[in-house]
Ligand binder design. Structure first.
Ligand code: SF4
Length: 315
């Protein structure tokens, strides 16, 4: 489905919408942007606002998108937060089953830490999502992944892979073997650059750290690409591609142009790694949609540190 991004006769058209329903997560994952985001309100928006937002975008009512991604946390903090997440998950899943309206080609994606965490959501039902992205996978999970695809009609499995920290337990050689084995049964591997939030204070010391971090990540991505030479399943972090493209053509990333992140309080930023939202919180679904419109007026990429970190590493 192709959409003209911007305002249309039917409302607003965007490419991708990311929904982050809660700040609560029992995990402390390396590089997690959610816990670093500065809250504009202590409270999460009503579950009805998120379920109605998902319904409207899926049906193409006043807002259309090519893709919605729901972030499912690891739960476990408190019963209320768990119930809240389950309601959003089930509503999202029902939309995946009943895609209808003018926006029927929309893709519904889920991101989750592990198969174990997904099982907390799917104990009653796993829906036919277009893609599930896991942060943690291992070769021992092949049969679980096969089940997810074959019995639950999930179309694609993606592995969001970050540069591992090698130590005496895990060495580069073992890790490359593991990546190769998982690569055989997933549909894609997204090689992630471990980012820090944008829109934070950048001093010289920070810039040196950013360059070094990016250099290490690019080196590691190069090794993976070498190991799996020619694999169409490998994808490099879109932020790196966007920053490289910007250096060539001065066209930057699509955050705040056609891609938006809805935070737990209903506030919105273009960039998923923004330290602060571009808008205030929202207490209604109309408020969230108005926030998406308003976030378009601020181009988060202007504050992005990645293009500045690139020159030395590309020499
Ligand atoms: S501004 Fe764009 S390129 Fe930079 S971190 Fe955000 S999404 Fe990535």
């Amino acid at each position: 489905m192709s959409l003209m991004y911007g305002e249309t006769g039917n409302g607003i058209a965007i490419n991708a919408l990311f929904i982050q329903p809660t700040y609560a997560c029992a995990k402390n994952c390396k590089g997690c942007y959610v816990k670093l985001h500065q809250k504009k309100s202590e409270t999460e928006t009503d579950v009805e606002n998120l379920t109605e937002l998902i319904r409207r975008v899926t049906a193409g009512e006043g807002i259309t998108a090519n893709q919605i991604t729901l972030s499912c946390d690891s739960m476990g903090h408190n019963e209320l937060a768990n119930q809240y997440m389950m309601r959003v998950y089930n509503s999202f899943g029902r939309n995946a089953e009943w895609k209808n309206g003018s926006n029927k080609d929309i893709e519904l994606h889920v991101t989750v830490n592990s198969v174990h965490d997904l099982a907390k959501y799917s104990k009653n039902r796993l829906y036919p999502f277009d893609c599930i992205s896991f942060s943690k996978l291992g070769h021992n999970l092949k049969s679980d992944i096969d089940d997810i695809k074959n019995y639950h009609s999930v179309k694609k499995i993606n592995w969001n892979l970050q540069r591992p920290m090698y130590n005496h337990v895990i060495c580069e050689k073992d890790w490359m073997c593991e990546i190769e084995r998982v690569h055989d049964f997933v549909d894609s591997i997204y090689l992630l650059h471990t980012k820090r939030p944008i829109d934070t204070n950048d001093d010289l010391e920070q810039l040196v750290k950013d360059k070094e971090n990016l250099r290490k990540d690019l080196h590691w991505m190069g090794l993976v690409k070498q190991r799996l030479a020619g694999s169409p399943k490998l994808m490099i972090d879109g932020c790196i591609n966007d920053a490289m493209e910007y250096k060539k053509s001065l066209h930057g990333c699509s955050a705040s142009v056609s891609r938006f992140q809805v935070w737990p309080d209903g506030s919105v930023s273009g960039c998923a790694y923004a330290k602060t939202s571009s808008t205030g919180p929202a207490t209604t679904v109309e408020g969230i949609i108005a926030n998406i419109r308003s976030a378009k007026r601020r181009y988060d990429f202007k504050s992005c540190y990645i293009p500045g970190a690139l020159p030395n590493v590309l020499r």
